[in-house]
Write a protein that binds this ligand. Structure first.
Ligand code: DGL
Length: 296
């Protein structure tokens, strides 16, 4: 088969799709943008239906398939289901529906925590959906149990809404989290696994608390490993974007800022927009991100 150079080029320039129930998947995007700065990204946030964590598995599956279908229609070359809850119930079906497109899902980073734990006791913080899902429970059965590591599952239904609300420090959720860290330490837990993509946004809050309370607890998340996996898949399938110089990037951009690290724009699509949402996204991503909102 002869593949012409132009179609390879088009395929390489196609965007990477990211999906989450809300803004949590942006924590994964930040790792991707750092490791693969020449790629274009398109993000689908199902802000109309967030949170997913308390929903029934069928509901999570059908909402996720809708998002994946939308990203597929945008011509994405690879999709990251940047949501542990959605991956738990829809990753297999999504892969079966689009067998020619690489789809990366998220599972809480329990394995590295188990390997690094000295106390043999770790905690996974995640949504109810993720904690009950097969992907995580397979890791517990096949890895934690044979290794003799105790895994405590922790779920607070207010954590995702708290992040979506911008993590106000005076909120009861913040207070509960402070107290919970102490409980984890008293139980001998030495690693906390952030098993929801919303949670890395309060990682620095946790680390500050851990330092203030002088506790020996490490905090682990999956963002870096996912970015490495995406990089590897793109290179294996020869789909990585060739290096674009700053002039060609600028030509693709609608915003031309000079004193920033110019990179490809992130196209953001939400199923429900609000002023609060845009302010939060801009706060979480920092000023260097070139953001475009998608409207139909
Ligand atoms: N970021 C999603 C996850 O990783 C949040 C789930 C939710 O919407 O409850 O599970």
């Amino acid at each position: 088969m002869v593949i012409d150079a132009a179609s390879i080029d088009d395929a390489q320039r196609a965007p990477i799709g990211l999906f989450d129930s809300g803004i949590g998947g942006l924590s994964v995007y930040l790792h991707l943008a750092q490791q693969l700065p020449n790629e274009r990204y398109i993000y689908y946030a199902d802000t109309l239906n967030v949170p997913y964590g308390n929903r029934e598995s069928d509901d999570i599956e059908s909402l996720t398939l809708k998002a994946v279908e939308w990203l597929h229609k945008q011509g994405c070359k690879l999709i990251v289901i940047a949501c542990n809850s959605a991956s738990a119930y829809a990753l297999d079906t999504a892969r079966r529906s689009y067998p020619n497109m690489p789809i990366v899902g998220l599972v809480p980073a329990l394995k590295p925590a188990i390997l690094a734990s000295n106390s043999g006791h770790v905690a996974v913080l995640a949504t109810k959906a993720t904690l009950n899902g097969r992907l995580l429970n397979d890791v517990i059965t096949n890895f934690a149990n044979p290794n003799g590591t105790v895994v405590t599952k922790y779920f607070d239904p207010q954590l995702v809404p708290w992040v979506e609300a911008g993590m106000p420090l005076q909120d009861e959720t913040a207070q509960r989290l402070r107290q919970q860290i102490q409980v984890f330490a008293n139980e001998g837990i030495d690693h906390l696994v952030l098993g929801c993509t919303h949670y890395p946004f309060f990682k620095s809050f946790l680390l500050d608390e851990i330092a203030q309370q002088q506790l020996a607890i490490q905090v682990v998340d999956s963002g870096q490993a996912i970015a490495e996996r995406v990089k590897q898949l793109l290179s294996e399938s020869k789909l990585a974007t060739a290096f674009l110089d700053k002039t060609s990037i600028r030509n693709l951009n609608t915003i031309d800022r000079t004193n920033v690290d110019i990179r490809q724009p992130l196209t953001f699509h939400a199923t429900k927009y609000s002023d609060r949402l845009s302010a939060l996204i801009e706060r979480l991503l920092g000023q260097e991100t070139i953001l475009q909102y998608y409207s139909e």
